[in-house]
Design a protein around this ligand. Structure first.
Ligand code: PGA
Length: 256
């Protein structure tokens, strides 16, 4: 059976009360419930303040709860930040690091992202490391160079053992929140480069997710690609039916 990872990134949406209600509505979806007793991984990443209420609802269900970022240090004078240690105390088992919105708004470098991934792993939290090119990079034909550079810097800084425990999300910046997903062929091309780069650094069994305007409509075609192991989903993860539709695509293709 081919296994997929379906991760919802709620971004700055759903406070504690709505997160509780929404997590409960996800658990009412047949496809979500069905996937939870399989080898597929399904997870949601609420904002920090909503992690606890989502985790309470999801506890024991098999629907995992992750965070959208963590600090590289376990504690200290870092106003406004949250450590992986704290996330683990809340029941988080996954964390997104290096999302392009954090690279852009918080000036995160590949070096910092690598440190965050290591901090997460130390706490038993699986990092989803995001990479991806801008529209300008793509237009000047620099996609492979940009994505490879991001990956190589991170892979070198964390080492092969840590890399093997991570997940990579390829998220072309031009596809995030635009409704313009990469075509399955465009995504597959980059995923195969990523696979080669990961292998060269000892990451031979690292799942690679695609992110950027994934919906229940385009998920089946994306998931058929040999190197697409799941999705990191923003907008469509905020609609229970759409999210369940994406989970259903994983169920169907996983069983095929
Ligand atoms: P989107 O966001 O699905 O809304 O494009 C994806 C992401 O930023 O992870």
């Amino acid at each position: 059976m081919r296994t997929y990872i379906i991760a919802g990134n709620w971004k700055m949406n759903l406070g504690p009360t709505s997160a509780r209600e929404f997590a409960a509505s996800l658990l009412e979806q047949d496809a979500v419930r069905a996937a939870l007793s399989t080898e597929h991984s399904v997870l949601v990443c609420p904002p920090f303040v909503s992690i606890q209420s989502a985790a309470e609802v999801c506890s024991g269900s098999g629907l995992h709860v992750g965070a959208q970022d963590c600090h590289a240090e376990p504690k200290g004078a870092y106003t406004g930040d949250v450590s992986a240690t704290m996330l683990s105390e809340l029941g988080c088992t996954w964390v997104i690091v290096g999302h392009s919105e954090r690279r852009r708004d918080h000036h995160e470098t590949n070096d910092v992202i690598g440190k965050k991934a290591l901090a997460a792993l130390k706490c038993g939290i699986r990092p989803i490391i995001c990479v991806g090119e801008s529209l300008e990079d793509r237009q000047r034909d620099a996609t492979q160079q940009v994505v490879t550079e991001q990956l190589e810097q991170i892979a070198r800084s964390i080492g092969a053992d840590a890399l093997q425990k991570c997940v990579i999300a390829y998220e072309p910046i031009w596809a995030i929140g635009t409704g313009l997903a990469a075509s399955p062929e465009q995504a597959q091309e980059v995923h195969s480069w990523i696979r080669q780069t990961l292998s060269a650094h000892g990451g031979t069994s690292v799942p690679i997710l695609y992110g950027g305007s994934v919906t229940d409509a385009n998920a089946p075609d994306l998931f058929q690609q040999p190197d697409i192991d799941g999705a990191l989903i923003g907008g469509a993860s905020l609609n229970a039916t759409s999210f369940a539709g994406i989970v259903q695509a994983a169920l169907t293709l996983g069983a095929a």
